[in-house]
Write a protein that binds this ligand. Structure first.
Ligand SMILES: *[C@@H]1O[C@H](CO)[C@@H](O)[C@H](O)[C@H]1NC(C)=O
Length: 345
């Protein structure tokens, strides 16, 4: 549970960026007294503390050193890099990909705002640290490495990654043993990152999009629920949400109508949700597709209806509000922030 809680904090922080908290605070009629610039900077800096692999000279969290340089060696592949999950040393590819996707979404929606406090360059570095790892892990059109480390062995020994001596077990998905959630989520992450880097490094952006398309095809063609990271990250919502989410991102990144057609022909999968998490991405897909609905695609109404229902769960004055916000206007699913507050007090 420690993993889930800690990961959730990270995702909430990212969602806080996406939800533009200061604007929401103003709407409540009080002047924000929170230092959102500091919160944003720290939310981004956090990722440097989670970096695995050979650290660059630009590394700002100086008490971290190189670690896990030989990840993947047992399988003859170089899987150094990427991010540790939380307070542990496992690299879980599925929530890692989701995190990269959300960081990219923030960079796509709010580049000016993030740049105005000099954080956009750092955000790009954190995205690239993760997208580089997904590229390394995607070794062929039907093979993706999805985890390094053994959750049980790792959790029974709390040590810093620079010193760890626990097994660096490698998990993969392939045509015989597929994992649609993680393949589709990796596709979504790379498509979103390809948009981020389009004007920054077009060659890198094209490479990300190429891998994204291949991962989506693999996810869709070889369907099977990913249970490789269970009991730490088990899929409760199935993989239809990831397939819709990935197709929406691929359409946004490539402009190709086949990805939008995919979402339309599978719109029966869309479900109302009061959660947006490493497991359940329906709301994310609905939000992306609702934007296309408002741009004139009336055939996407199902998704717009799903997004409406989430908005009603979030709006403080809506009759069906289900999600609380913290005093600083962070969306607080499951009241995680209050639990953390209790732990600190
Ligand atoms: C693995 O790749 C990294 C670059 O991503 C490189 O610095 C490192 O030397 C490689 N490790 C091995 C064992 O080849």
């Amino acid at each position: 549970m420690v993993i889930h809680g800690t990961h959730m904090v990270r995702v909430l922080v990212v969602w806080c960026i996406v939800a533009s908290p200061s604007a929401r605070a103003m709407n409540h009629g009080y002047a924000p007294s929170f230092d959102y610039k500091d919160a944003l900077s720290k939310a981004i800096l956090f990722f440097e503390g989670q970096r695995s692999g050979k650290l660059p000279s630009t590394q700002r969290v100086k008490w971290r050193d190189d670690s896990a340089l030989f990840d993947g060696e047992s399988k003859g592949v170089n899987l150094s890099g990427g991010y540790y999950d939380a307070g542990d040393n496992v690299k879980f590819g599925w929530p890692m990909a989701y995190t990269i996707c959300l960081l990219s979404w923030a960079a796509i929606e709010y580049p000016r705002q993030i740049n105005s406090v000099n954080q956009l360059g750092y955000l790009h570095s954190e995205i690239r640290w993760g997208s580089d790892f997904i590229l390394k892990a995607h070794v062929s059109s039907t093979k993706l490495y999805t985890q390094v480390g053994d959750g049980n062995r790792d959790h029974s020994c709390w040590e810093r990654p620079e010193d760890m001596d626990t097994p660096r077990t490698v998990i993969e998905i392939n045509a015989h043993s597929p994992g649609t959630e993680v393949a589709a989520e990796s596709a979504a992450a790379l498509a979103a990152a390809s948009i981020v880097f389009k004007s920054v490094d077009s060659e890198y952006s094209s490479k990300l999009l190429k891998h994204s398309k291949s991962l989506f095809e693999f996810a869709d063609k070889y369907r099977g629920s990913y249970q490789g990271s269970c009991p730490f990250y088990c899929s409760y919502s199935g993989y239809n949400d990831e397939l819709l989410w990935a197709s929406a991102w691929l359409h946004k990144a490539s402009g190709e109508s086949r990805y939008l057609n995919y979402a339309i022909s599978n719109q029966r999968w869309s479900q109302a949700a009061t959660e947006f998490s490493w497991d359940n991405k329906f709301v994310g897909a609905q939000t992306l597709l609702a934007k296309e609905y408002f741009a004139g695609r009336s055939d996407l109404e199902t998704f717009k209806t799903g997004a409406d229902s989430f908005v009603c769960a979030v709006m403080p004055k809506s009759g069906s509000v289900q999600i609380r916000t913290t005093p600083g206007e962070l969306l607080d699913y499951n009241q995680d922030c209050y639990h953390i507050q209790d732990m600190i007090n």
